[in-house]
Design a protein around this ligand. Sequence first.
Ligand SMILES: [Zn+2]
Length: 496
Amino acid sequence: MRVAIAAFMHESNTFATQKTGLQQFHDAQWDYAGDLIPTWKDAHHEIGGMLQGCGEAGLTLVPVMAASATPSGMVTAEAYEHIVQSLLKHLGQARPFDGLLLALHGSMVAEHYPNADGETLRRVREHLGPDIPIVATLDMHANISSAMVTHATALVVYRTYPHVDQRARGIEGAMLMGRILRGEARPCMAHRKLPLLIHIVQQYTGSGPLADVFREVERIANSPGMLAASVAPGYIYADVADMGVSVLTVANGNTALAESQADVLADFVFNMRGDLNAALPDVAEAVRQTKATTGTVCLMDSGDNIGAGSPGDATFILAELLRQGVPQICTVVYDPESAKTCFKAGEGSQVALSVGGRTDRQHGDPVFIQGRVIRLHDGVFEESEARHGGTRRFDQGPTAVIGTDDRHTIIVNSLRVMPTSLQQILSLGIDPKQQRAIIVKGVTAPRAAYDPIADHVIAVDSPGVSQAGPESFVYKNRPKPLFPLEEIRDWRPSAT
Ligand SMILES: [Zn+2]
């Protein structure tokens, strides 16, 4: 049995001004055929899990193509069409195969397709015909659409946030494919769309309400007759008609069971809605709270959450920490121009720079710093542990560490990288425990990396295109009603 493996992944923030073009996919990951294997084999990523799972299930691997880019603005029509055409062409060349494992994100928005993953699945299904099973994996932040459910044979969604189970979900997808191809499983899927949003900090699955939700997901997934169960909180930074929480269940050959279990799970999640919202301190209050603590404080910059598509160069928290006189601040700022200036000056040189606030007018003004370039680095680092995103090899581009005259550590890099690995700063010789305040450009995803070194973690309601709550955005396309933006009294789950 031959199983093709492919990936086309992007989380697209429709509020971000920077579009995602072909270059951003080239800058991140884009491999063909056998090149997929060294890139992903050891990664804590679903592609690594698919490779491992196919081996364990006795399936012959046919690696086809994997393209992904760091979350950012919507994907250009040119990039989407180019990559999908390339995927279809390479799928055609890889035939014959018996099944396809496809890693998608689920919240990709292309300029011409708000539900781009649904469109990708539609085209792949059309290309392969009705008989070849397609098992697709999705990020928990997928805005799952009925098109995705229609055109896939089965969907498997991450169950952790930070996403540390990606490899396990890839293995699960491959094992399910093995059972389908051996005639042991006939997936019947049911999908429920909930009129509900879950606040980003409440999406944490290590404890709290979502830990309860995912215990229920596990119970249902492992109950008799079931093949899989998922809850996807969705992604509030894509203003699309499919925004919101989804429940998915997959039963073996029994549509009625899938439907009834989907209702049970949908009810369970919706009835918890009172616990799924949160209020975070604003920037000034978060800095006051920082000053009232001791040790290392990680300030999670929700408004500049790179993993949700923000630019990575917001300065609101940095400026406020400086204003309130907090010592030993450490931050990574995406600022290729400042990095270039530091490289030109050379290690050991004095520099005076305006850092950050360059991408747009939504993330603060540049902040003036002066100090010494204490380190220049090519920006490549590796993460061997299971961390959100599952990436093993990172590249933040040419990177400079500036020790300011007032003893802060400002790092300027040249490629946007989610702060999901502590190696991003360890590789630069920075000891996080020596820092008083570390600004982290994310909210929940970086916690797998930063919790172990933080004495305190403060999630900050900072402005930006990934601001924590949905109240700060003007939506044109989202469904209505959605709790907590609208009050909902009576709701019963129904098939989509
Ligand atoms: Zn995610």
